[in-house]
Design a protein around this ligand. Structure first.
Ligand SMILES: Cc1cc2nc3c(=O)[nH]c(=O)nc-3n(C[C@H](O)[C@H](O)[C@H](O)COP(=O)(O)OP(=O)(O)OC[C@H]3O[C@@H](n4cnc5c(N)ncnc54)[C@H](O)[C@@H]3O)c2cc1C
Length: 397
């Protein structure tokens, strides 16, 4: 096959690149080693959040005033752009638009939220600090000291959204091939040859959209971030028993160093998660952890049955900022969303398509950089893995 753009990876970044490139008349194909959504895009919490993991003032401090402000601005509108895509392409992904709540697990967590709230308010964003009482009413638990409600945000069924993006990209003319692993990239005059386990593709440009699931395809890419796991456990549908839990269906995450997340899905399951790998499947340690946390948050709920547990991998960078690397001429990778990739992955994919359709590198959301190894990567990954496992054990009893 010969195309203008070959995209490696069938998650939000790759499929958004494909959708927007195809809409701009480029002939493109997506090559996904497993299935659509096999990576973070099918495994995440579904918090369709605005901005990055870092508060806006920290993004500006790290990136420089003008560039940082532009990134904060564009990613502040990220959820609304994703919602517009969902609407335009009729994507069935259980979208909720009632915001998300960053919940304070302690007084120091509340101080952090206050700082975030002041800055977002200064920027005119519809973000509001909730009192302890309001937080308790919205979550249905009095375990939190307060919360930050972001009205721009919402929740999605992550797999529904990524599959819908694939359908939209295909309808726009992109070719999508699953079960095709790219094993080698070679430069040739005017473009690239991609060797796959099922044949060759030649392309003028290549986007590696493999994020935390990057393999050894490009030397050093996998070493440019620290991989960490995040696991989730889903209850069976709980119906009227959870009428008072997240009645407006905001998704939440807390300010704990080892963060906890919670969402109530369209079938009234509670999906609770934290950092680390799922240990022992739905019937193992992670289930005990989930049962214990649900008891702590909602003592009146009583025992619940769990349906399933899973985990996924997140790409963390040292400064918590994503990157856009130019790996070689005509070969780019947006990478390192630090666990905030639903809207950013979609928006970065669109930006890559604009670049390939004749845009300028200088207009990209991040300065284009060379790939660099994250220092002490293996040590950090091992340390986090051990710390998260210990935390899961301790909080299971
Ligand atoms: C458990 C978890 C919870 C999260 N929660 C949230 C959240 O609530 N909100 C939020 O905004 N973000 C969240 N994130 C982050 C978000 O999910 C990711 O940033 C985002 O999905 C990244 O999308 P992507 O398309 O860049 O990469 P991915 O979705 O990871 O896709 C990469 C794909 O590349 C494929 N691939 C790799 N190598 C090859 C190869 N050689 N050939 C072919 N294909 C290849 C993989 O199979 C994979 O499908 C979470 C992540 C995880 C793991």
């Amino acid at each position: 096959m010969s195309v203008d753009v070959a995209i490696v990876g069938g998650g939000y970044t790759g499929l958004s690149t494909a959708l927007h490139a195809a809409e701009r008349g480029l002939d493109c194909c997506v090559l996904e080693a497993r299935q659509i959504g096999y990576g973070g895009s099918g495994r995440n919490v579904g918090l369709l959040n605005a901005g990055l993991w870092l508060p806006p003032q920290d993004v500006r401090a790290k990136l420089g005033g003008e560039r940082g402000a532009r990134l904060v601005d564009i990613l502040g509108d990220g959820p609304s752009y994703v919602m517009s895509l969902i609407e335009r392409h009729q994507i069935r992904c259980e979208l909720t638009r009632s915001g998300t709540i960053h919940a304070a697990h302690s007084e120091s967590g509340l101080a952090d939220l206050r700082r975030r709230a002041e800055e977002w308010e200064r920027l005119g964003a519809p973000v509001r600090l909730l009192s302890r009482q309001e937080t308790a009413e919205k979550i249905g638990s009095d375990a939190f000291h307060g919360g930050l409600l972001d009205a721009r945000a919402g929740t999605v069924n992550p797999m529904g959204y990524v599959r819908g993006l694939a359908r939209a990209a295909k309808a726009a003319g992109a070719r999508i091939h699953t079960g095709v692993a790219v094993t080698k990239l070679s430069k040739q005059p005017g473009g690239w040859v991609l060797e796959t386990d099922q044949g060759r593709v030649t392309a003028k440009s290549v986007i590696l959209a493999t994020n935390a699931y990057s393999d050894g395809l490009w030397p050093g890419l996998k070493q440019s971030f620290v991989p960490i796991h995040f696991f989730q456990v889903a209850t069976q549908p709980l119906g009227a028993r959870i009428a008072r839990i997240l009645p407006e269906r905001q998704g939440i995450w807390d300010t704990g160093q080892i963060m906890l997340s919670l969402r109530r899905d369209a079938a009234d399951r509670l999906i609770i998660g934290s950092m680390g790998a799922a240990i022992g499947g739905a019937k193992g340690l992670s289930e005990r952890w989930a049962a214990r946390q649900l008891r702590r948050l909602f003592p009146e709920l009583g025992p619940v049955e769990f349906e399933t547990a899973w985990h996924g991998q997140i790409a963390m960078t040292g400064d918590h900022l994503p990157r856009i690397h130019r790996l070689a001429e005509g070969l780019y990778t947006p990478i390192g969303y630090n666990g905030r990739g639903i809207a950013p992955g979609t928006v970065f994919g669109k930006a890559m398509a604009e670049l390939l359709a004749g845009g300028k590198e200088a207009d990209l959301l991040m300065p284009v950089t060379d790939v660099r190894q994250e220092s002490a990567r293996a040590l950090k990954a091992g340390f986090y893995q051990a710390a998260f496992a210990v935390n899961q054990v301790i909080k299971s009893f």
